[in-house]
Design a protein around this ligand. Structure first.
Ligand SMILES: Cc1cc2nc3c(=O)[nH]c(=O)nc-3n(C[C@H](O)[C@H](O)[C@H](O)COP(=O)(O)OP(=O)(O)OC[C@H]3O[C@@H](n4cnc5c(N)ncnc54)[C@H](O)[C@@H]3O)c2cc1C
Length: 346
């Protein structure tokens, strides 16, 4: 069967790319093995200003509006909202952070993202104060991916199976099973490290664990950021995470992660009693050496395309980079050099 694009992986990268291509009247098939999907467990947070020096994320001025438009388009189409915009309270951990933040607050290009410093908030332990951030929120990744999967199934564009790299035929025509795509686009998340065509790309995967819990007492309804984060889901249920572990890349959950997440939360929010741990989940972020995505065609086989490396910022980055890749595929518009995989090809 002739199709335009075969997409491997139905995480945020593969799903959004499929959606963007469908919007532009392309015939796509998405393959996923339903196994290790970081997007399904991700918190989906979008936080434009991060780090100890309160620096704007690279490209946030164009990444964020594109992401918000993209999520609004999906909400409109499916008549369901997938993005929760909510201010975030960042707790200063030391005086250095407070001083760095005061500097940023005086800069006009930070004004859209930083609201004000507040001395205290409710029962939160914040002896140095808190920063109220704007344009923060989180993507409901699980409902969104389930909705997109159901949609792809309804238009016969989804196949659940393991994609075996040896089954690709490059000549006389590109072919995988019965499908003859113009190009194959790999969106396998951190499992892209096993892709024989792109094994030269320097991934630095990082494991993360997240807890969902509830308290019988009413909980604070603001996003909190204290090195880790707290997301209230309703008046009693919340998520907290995430750990960063570069050494252990198994997707098992650990008691040490649980202990450390609950300890950090208890330090900033001592009155919260998480009586019921609903679930603990682990996943691997597809992080890269230079923290930039890996996008573009294979240097010798332009029919094989990579779309990966969105690290810990998939919700913010993927919609804009989908548009870049689709503009490349359809109009040969150059892929931004900072993200083009050729930067690592000798
Ligand atoms: C604990 C944790 C917290 C996070 N929090 C945030 C956050 O707050 N904000 C944010 O923006 N990002 C966050 N992230 C990062 C975010 O999850 C990633 O940026 C994003 O999910 C990457 O999406 P992806 O589609 O590239 O990969 P994935 O979501 O991993 O999807 C890849 C898919 O490809 C499939 N696949 C792979 N190989 C094959 C094969 N051979 N055959 C068939 N299928 C295959 C996999 O099974 C999977 O379904 C977090 C990640 C983790 C782990």
């Amino acid at each position: 069967m002739d199709i335009d694009y075969l997409i491997i992986g139905q995480g945020l990268a593969g799903s959004f790319l499929a959606w963007e291509l469908l919007q532009r009247d392309q015939k796509v098939i998405v393959i996923d093995n339903d196994k290790e999907n970081a997007s399904l467990i991700a918190a989906g947070l979008i936080n434009p200003v991060t780090g100890m020096r309160f620096v704007k994320s690279t490209g946030v001025d164009y990444l964020l509006p594109t992401a918000l438009d993209f999520y609004q388009g999906l909400a409109h189409f499916f008549q369901q909202s997938f993005y929760v915009e909510s201010p975030m309270l960042r707790i200063f951990r030391n005086n250095k952070e407070l001083i760095a933040c005061q500097k940023r607050l005086s800069l006009s290009n930070y004004k859209p993202f930083l609201d004000k410093i507040i001395p205290t908030f409710s029962t939160i332990n914040a002896p140095i104060g808190l920063l109220k951030q704007k344009q923060t929120g989180y993507l409901l990744t699980k409902p969104l991916l389930h909705t997109l999967k159901a949609y792809l199934i309804s238009i016969n564009s989804y196949t659940k199976t393991d994609f075996n790299y040896d089954d690709i035929k490059l000549a006389p025509d590109l072919q995988w099973q019965q499908f003859k795509p113009k190009q194959i686009i790999f969106c396998e998340g951190y499992l892209g490290i096993n892709n024989p065509w792109f094994s030269w790309l320097p991934f630095q995967p990082v494991k993360g664990e997240i807890i969902t819990a509830s308290s019988s007492n009413k909980i604070i309804d603001k996003l909190l950021n204290y090195g880790q984060w707290y997301i209230p889901l309703d008046s009693h249920q919340f998520r907290t995470g995430a750990t960063f572990d570069r050494d252990n890349l198994e997707t098992d959950i650990t008691s040490s992660a649980k202990k450390s997440l609950l300890k950090s939360l208890n330090h900033v929010y001592p009155s919260l009693t998480p009586e019921n741990i609903i679930r603990q989940q682990a996943g691997i972020r597809p992080t890269t050496l230079d923290k930039q995505p890996f996008i573009g065609p294979h240097p010798h086989h332009s029919e094989l395309i990579f779309f990966n490396g969105f690290g810990a910022k998939g919700s913010l980055q993927i919609p804009w980079y989908c548009q870049c890749l689709v503009d490349y595929l359809l109009f040969r518009k150059p892929i931004p050099s900072s993200t083009n995989i050729l930067r690592y090809y000798e």
